[in-house]
Design a protein around this ligand. Structure first.
Ligand code: SF4
Ligand code: MG
Length: 330
């Protein structure tokens, strides 16, 4: 396998006293769609903002490496990082209307993004129309002259994607890109991301709490809980045999026929506050399988299959083969 496009190692981020990202490790291949899955408040968005180095003012990256093509982004100066943002990795957010300037025409906003990367001399107008076409906006000449309020939610998200693509990035981080959209438009936007990927080899880090979106778009995924990754697998292996009790509960709480739009908040309890120290498993208060050791000991990683890793005491060698793991956990 060729070297990964993105390698995240031991990434830890704090917001004030809360450790919102703790020891996160991820690898993305070129052209791959990788989903980061979890309830809200699990640290998914903070992971993404750490990769972009766009944390809120109280945010601080405490440790780790974020290597893009072998270069650790955390070691770049702010000026160097500005040149990487947009040109090599770009990000789109859940609410396109909050990112678009309401009093500026669509074409002018995309032109601004184009100029940022290509300089004023380039054929900016032609590039703007090319980007609008690439994201499937019909009649781009007319749309370029419109204002955001004249566009539907789906069209606005397409505009955001066009702006994100202006610098021809290799990696697009999409934070809940379709959550604010209705199901039909959501499918269209996901379809668009897939097409762009096939055409340009773009890698996508998709942040979502929607299992249906994961099933349809991602090749591999990681499940995040309370700031940590607790399971990572191919999407196929995950849906066939989720290994972590949290993952199993998420999947089993869903109807089997149609997982689209299913929200992860369906399981009882809530994510623990992240401003405290953890001695054992962070999921222990919600876990129906919890053992005595889960309160006191951090669960280590275990291999549940090829490329399938889980962080849970149930996979300790002395417990595996006792049928506690093989049977569905809940
Ligand atoms: Fe449940 Fe223990 Fe596994 Fe945590 S380590 S998920 S509490 S069984
Ligand atoms: Mg989020």
């Amino acid at each position: 396998m060729s070297a990964p496009l993105l390698e995240v190692e031991g990434l830890s981020t704090t917001i004030g006293a809360a450790r919102v990202v703790d020891g996160v490790r991820l690898e993305l291949a070129r052209g791959e769609t990788f989903a980061l899955l979890g309830e809200s408040g699990c640290g998914k968005s903070m992971t993404a903002l750490s990769l972009m180095r766009l944390l809120p003012p109280a945010g601080r990256i405490e440790a780790g490496a974020v290597r893009l093509d072998g270069v650790d982004l955390l070691r770049l100066s702010e000026a160097e990082m500005r040149r990487v943002r947009g040109a090599r990795l770009a990000m789109i957010f859940q609410e396109p209307q909050t990112s678009l300037n309401p009093v500026m025409r669509i074409g002018a906003q995309i032109a601004e993004a184009v100029r940022l990367h290509a300089g004023a001399a380039a054929a900016v107008d032609a590039r703007v129309l090319e980007l609008l076409r690439a994201v499937g906006i019909p009649d781009p000449e007319r749309r370029a002259r419109e204002y955001p309020h004249q566009l539907s939610g789906g069209m606005k998200q397409r505009v955001m994607i066009a702006m994100a693509l202006a610098g021809d990035p290799e990696l697009l981080i999409a934070d809940e890109p379709t959550t604010a959209l209705d199901v039909t438009i959501q499918a269209q936007v996901l379809g668009l991301l897939k097409t762009l990927q096939q055409q340009s080899g773009l890698a996508v880090l998709l942040i979502t709490h929607d299992l249906g979106v994961v099933a349809e778009t991602a090749e591999r995924l990681a499940v995040m809980y309370a700031g940590e990754i607790v399971e990572t697998a191919t999407t196929a292996a995950f849906f066939a045999a989720p290994a972590h009790p949290y993952s199993r509960m998420l999947l089993e709480s869903l109807p089997t026929a149609d997982k689209r739009g299913a929200r992860l908040a369906a399981i009882p309890g809530r994510v623990p506050p992240l401003d405290r120290a953890f001695t054992g498993c962070r999921f222990v208060e919600r876990c129906p399988r919890a053992l005595a050791r889960c309160v006191e000991q951090l669960p280590p990683w275990h291999e549940a299959g090829a490329g399938h890793w889980v962080r849970c005491h149930l996979w300790d060698a002395d417990l595996v083969d006792t049928a506690t793991v093989a049977e569905p956990a809940v």
